[in-house]
Design a protein around this ligand. Structure first.
Ligand code: ARG
Length: 461
């Protein structure tokens, strides 16, 4: 038997391999709720426009409700021979309500149907990711409030650079997550136009009301060009781009957790809940969750790259290549969702080793810039000269094997006679962070104010 949805002009059934390469139900079954919602909106509109009878529309609607609950309960029999979710739903509708089911596909095509379904799916996904990112921000802000004054080393080139506060470091990720959420919100705004009614590619001769279906599905308006409506997947690409960038942020944070928890560094301890042991080495506490967050980023970037490549050579309008848009994207979105939730969990109960952080913050002459700044401020020395003088003092301390504040004052004065004990006051890590009170700087009072501002902002969302 040939395919009952499109087999009119066929006499043979597809080869098993044809079926295998063509089938998408394992992936697009995840669109069932969106597919049914779009069909309900379409049927209601067809009836309102007098294209089908109110009675047919009622039966279609009831049948679709039954299918929704069958799929929800897990009793729906997905058939591979019916290729995809659209034809599985329509075929089951025929079993349930008879020939009226065949009227549902009036003035639409699977091409506008799949674009509509996937837009609805991506829109839902964006909302879920946004909520997960908000929870991540919330967890970061809570910890930043606790650690606004906890001093830790700040790094550039992974070399100790200047002392910062742990709260400041955490708030950096709150800012990144805010931009990530902004990118998702932008993508959502742009994607929110309804392709439904674009039909196969050219529109339809039936007097449909695309504004009505757009409104019923929560779209802002219908898409203005039917060819564009069925042939672009930029909404997936854009959302995947936002996802890739968000994943990269999480991956960098995950990498920091891996570094911080290494016994060589020891700045942070993860809770047992986010650590695993080794089957051979009894002492091990491995940061597997952080490592996997770092690794999942590969999938997200991979999905973006794969879809860009799928799309790049496609002429208008719909090409079957586009069926490959879903699997990687769906997998990427759930990988990101899991990564965000895992990072949130780690942030909530990681324990910074405050003594170790403070000691490490002072290692590696991290307050040398503070001494140079003192020379500029107090002796009115040009910064370049102050940098040079301080560099010589650091070299001397390093030769003597002592931190800056333990180098005798007269040794410093041998290099710069006007240095006084007042300068030594700037060399503690606490004084260092406290002094950096420029807007956006690491001073505890700034960090506390920023954390409180974020807490208020997140509350309002
Ligand atoms: N399963 C298809 C997809 O995901 C639906 C659209 C098929 N359209 C077609 N003309 N074959 O892209």
């Amino acid at each position: 038997m040939s395919n009952k949805m499109w087999g009119g002009r066929f006499t043979e059934r597809p080869d098993a391999i044809m079926e295998e390469i063509n089938v998408s139900i394992d992936v697009d079954r995840h669109l069932y709720a969106q597919d049914i919602a779009a069909s309900k909106a379409h049927a209601a509109m067809l009836a309102a426009q007098g294209i089908i009878t109110a009675n047919d529309a009622k039966n279609i609607d009831k049948g679709l409700d039954t299918i929704l609950s069958e799929i929800g309960k897990g009793s729906f029999d997905f058939k591979r021979a019916l290729e995809d979710i659209h034809m599985n739903v329509e075929s089951r509708l025929g079993e349930l309500i008879g020939p009226a089911a065949g009227r549902l596909h009036t003035a639409r095509s699977r091409n506008d149907q799949v674009a509509t379904d996937f837009k609805l799916y991506v829109r839902d996904t964006i909302d879920e990711l946004d909520a997960a990112l908000a929870a991540f921000q919330h967890a970061l802000v809570e910890r930043a409030l606790q650690h606004a004054a906890t001093v830790m080393p700040g790094f550039t080139h992974l070399q100790t650079a200047q002392p910062v506060t742990f709260g400041h470091h955490l708030l950096a990720y709150v800012e990144m997550a805010a931009r990530d959420r902004g990118r998702f919100a932008d993508a959502r705004k742009r994607l929110n136009e309804s392709p439904l009614g674009a039909a196969a590619l050219a529109g339809t001769s039936f007097p449909i009301d695309r504004d009505a279906t757009a409104k019923a599905l929560g779209f802002d308006r219908p898409t203005a060009n039917s060819l564009d409506a069925v042939s672009d997947r930029d909404f997936v690409l854009e959302t995947l781009s936002a996802a890739a960038i968000a994943s990269v942020h999480l991956s960098r944070f995950a990498e920091e957790i891996v570094i911080w928890t290494s016994p060589l560094v020891g700045l942070v301890r993860l809770s047992d809940k986010y650590t695993t042991g080794s089957s051979i080495m009894p002492q091990k506490r491995n940061p597997d969750a952080a490592e996997l967050v770092r690794a999942k980023t590969g999938r997200v970037i991979g999905a973006l790259t794969a879809l860009l490549i799928v799309m790049k050579g496609l002429p208008l309008a719909y090409q079957k290549d586009m069926q490959e848009d879903k699997e990687g994207a769906m997998e990427a979105f759930s990988a990101l969702s899991l990564a965000v939730r895992a990072m949130t969990g780690m942030v909530k109960d990681l324990v910074p080793d405050e003594a170790r952080m403070k000691a490490a913050a002072g290692e590696g002459y991290a307050t040398a810039t503070d001494l140079a700044d003192w020379l500029v401020r107090t002796l009115k020395m040009p910064f370049r000269d102050a940098h040079h003088v301080t560099g010589r003092i650091v070299a001397k301390a390093s030769q003597a094997g002592v931190p800056l504040h333990q180098l005798p004052l007269k040794e410093m004065q041998a290099i710069e006679p006007k240095i006084t004990t007042d300068a030594l006051g700037t060399l503690s890590v606490e004084a260092s962070v406290k002094s950096r009170d420029s807007y956006g700087g690491t001073a505890p009072k700034n960090v506390l104010a920023q954390a409180k501002a974020w807490a208020r902002r997140l509350e309002k969302q």
